[in-house]
Ligand binder design. Structure first.
Ligand code: ADE
Length: 240
């Protein structure tokens, strides 16, 4: 039986999910409220982890240890790293890596965490396909599959954006995805990151972000609900 752990950094990114959940009960761990119940009939645990990689990893590990989730999903907004992506478009992770992890002085490739055998953590193929189909259902023709580049930085500078593109070849940037991906990898759990574009991560980002964050966050939550519905339907058809 699938049990999804769903992580959003900000209230905006989880509030729609919580409104749509049923049979919800909550408990606090490490300062965050974890909401357990069903979403579209699928068992889920939703948490607002707070911004940044450490908050994300703490909550992802709690979902593994205290709730025995079978899959991790990260939902939220992101800055675009590609001219192909418009504000409001959706990104489904093929993989995720850090854009602010650099041990090249010791011979490691950019982004690689010493001790990890991968630089970019691959998303689960089935979850990725289901998330892509869900995103296309919500916003047809506006879903992109690619790399998510994460770091503890709100990117709002054209030079920094270019550096991140050169170092990671990412499609979008945000502040939690790769930490959740690394946690999933270390626990042997499938994951996917779903992001809606709120800004272009350049000098226009500060202007665009407040205008579009709500629209983008809501769209991403809609995709997450659709994903839950599709996974539930898959479970039902397997069991019949
Ligand atoms: N989340 C949304 N937009 C972002 C940006 N430009 N940088 C980092 N995280 C983001």
């Amino acid at each position: 039986m699938k049990k999804l752990g769903i992580i959003g950094a900000m209230w905006l990114e989880v509030e729609t999910l919580l409104q749509r959940m049923e049979g919800t009960r909550s408990r606090k761990w490490a300062g965050s409220d974890f909401y357990e119940g069903t979403l579209e009939g699928l068992p889920v645990v939703v948490v607002q982890c707070g911004v940044g990689k450490v908050n994300a990893a703490i909550c992802a590990q709690i979902l593994c240890d205290c709730y025995q989730v079978t899959h991790l999903v990260n939902t939220g907004i992101a800055g675009s790293l590609s001219p192909k992506l418009d504000i409001g478009d959706l990104v489904v992770s093929r993989d995720a890596m850090y854009h602010d992890f650099d041990c090249r002085k010791f011979g490691y490739p950019f982004g690689k965490v010493p001790g990890m055998d991968l630089t970019a953590f691959p998303a689960d193929e089935d979850l990725m396909a289901a998330a892509f189909a869900a995103a296309e259902q919500v916003h047809p023709g506006h879903t992109h599959l690619g790399r998510v580049a994460s770091g503890d930085q709100f990117v709002a500078d054209a030079d920094l954006k270019e550096k991140i593109i050169a170092n990671t070849q990412g499609l979008c940037t945000e502040m939690e995805g790769a930490a959740i991906a690394q946690t999933a990898y270390r626990n042997g759990l499938p994951f996917v990151i779903l992001r809606a574009i709120s800004d272009k991560a350049d000098d226009s980002a500060e202007m665009d972000y407040p205008t579009f964050e709500r629209i983008a966050a809501h769209r991403c939550a809609q995709v997450t609900c659709t994903l839950a519905r599709r996974l539930k339907a898959g479970i039902e058809s397997c069991c019949q």
